[in-house]
Design a protein around this ligand. Sequence first.
Ligand SMILES: [Zn+2]
Length: 300
Amino acid sequence: MSDEEARQTFRAIRWAGTDGEPVCPKCDCAACYAYASRPIFKCKACHAQFSVTSGTIFASRKLDLRDYLLAIALFVNGAKGMSALQLSRNLDCQYKTAFVMAHKLREAMAAETVDAKLSGEVEVDGAYFGGHIKPANVKSDRIDRRLAEHQTGKRRVVVIMRQREGRSLPFVFRSEDQSVPTIRARVESGTTVFADEAAGWDELHASYEMGRVNHSVNFVDELDNSTNWAESYFSRLRRAEIGTHHHISGRYLGSYAREMAWREDHRRQANGNQFAVLVAAASSHPVSRQWKGYWQKSAK
Ligand SMILES: [Zn+2]
């Protein structure tokens, strides 16, 4: 793909609402001049100059737009996620550049559901990540790691709210019961909520019609109560942890959890479609303060 082809591809997706005609990122004005000599535009209203990538996560001097589009194609292809190392090898760029780009893409994925609310039938479940303690070699030296892992202070629970046939919203907490206010904020009243027998979910009975399943007895009971949608989300997150990232640190657990939610929710779409969805999400997502100049900031 040439630079010009990459710009045209990106332009068509970014400004799909105006058939690819530029819209000023500063004032939303659709009347713009195009320069003949350079691939930039000038707004007739506020005179701002901008390029096809201005105001998006692609506004970077490190990589060509073409590399970004390739990165997105590679990124959506990795069902178990893609590590910054794999991405840097595939793009032939520095690890640091790939690391920031992957996180920017995760952020664009998460932006899709930032205001989402769930209704209908929603499954809620939690799973613990991080704070792993290696077992001692000699059996008599071993301790109960289930207790010890809580002591490292690094262990976190990912709580997923997943609407059946709908969106998945993961959040990170120190313990399951801390998630109840967030569940109330994101799951509309009138929803039927399905959860396992853990005591932390008892509080939800005050707000929702509940279907509880006792996992020590069965996974789908005679009333068809189950949390199978939540389980399949967690198996994807575990596969990402084991197969791709090896160790998901507490700091980025939320980013990876939201990435895997996006992948679950888009799993039935063809790759080409996922590519267009992520390019569109990334093109409408502003550069975040967290990742803008990340390595320069951390070097100080
Ligand atoms: Zn303008």
